[in-house]
Design a protein around this ligand. Structure first.
Ligand code: GLN
Length: 194
């Protein structure tokens, strides 16, 4: 991607923060709400928010097959928090529409009510410049990673909180909320590798 145009799924959640972060990096970023808008973007971010709502709206608007087709053809797709839930192949106890793209299981609200929100500095594989300050809000945890899935970051207790499978990226936390743009830059680099 020399001059990529990034789409951010704008159905629900904190899509504005992702748009602002890409724009701060000098990258064109647009809100995507309809399947036909996918034809105009080179990559897609699915933001944090509420995964049940995002799934139901995406299904209603016919976005699920459209996103899956593009992702299987190599388009980079990154889900943050609720977006990561939406991307997973398996979400236990979640009878709602998901993309089912990434070969992993994602447990919703995995860190318990007592720590609905917390922050942690995590080491990210392949990221220069020191640990990434990660904000977790009723965050999910990834497990049962398939063979093609690489762990990018985990917590001290071993919980996997960032993973990559080829052109697909998932984070349990919210890089769009901290002003550190390195994760957004890392995502953009996936486009040049596929
Ligand atoms: N707990 C939310 C869900 O299950 C995700 C929270 C978030 O995106 N910050 O959808």
């Amino acid at each position: 991607m020399t001059s990529p145009r990034v789409g951010v799924l704008g159905l629900q959640g904190d899509f504005q923060e992702h748009l602002a972060t890409f724009r701060a990096l000098g990258v064109e970023a647009v809100d995507v709400r309809r399947p036909d808008q996918l034809a105009d973007v080179d990559a897609l971010v699915i933001p944090g928010g509420e995964s049940t709502t995002i799934g139901k709206l995406a299904e209603r608007y016919g976005l699920i097959p459209a996103i899956c087709d593009r992702a299987r053809a190599g388009m980079p797709v990154w889900g943050t928090c609720a977006g990561a839930i939406f991307m997973a192949k398996d979400v236990p106890g979640h009878p709602h529409p998901i993309l089912g793209l990434m070969d992993l299981s994602v447990e919703r609200n995995a860190f318990g009510r007592q720590v609905d929100s917390f922050e942690a500095d995590v080491q990210v594989l392949g990221m220069d410049g020191g640990p990434f300050h990660a904000v977790f809000i009723r965050a999910p945890r990834m497990s049962a990673l398939g063979k093609g899935v690489e762990v990018l970051a985990s917590l001290d207790d071993g919980s996997v909180v960032a993973a990559r499978e080829g052109n697909l990226l998932a984070t349990s936390f919210h890089p769009e909320l901290t002003g550190d743009r390195r994760f957004h830059a890392l995502f953009l680099s996936l486009g040049s590798q596929h």
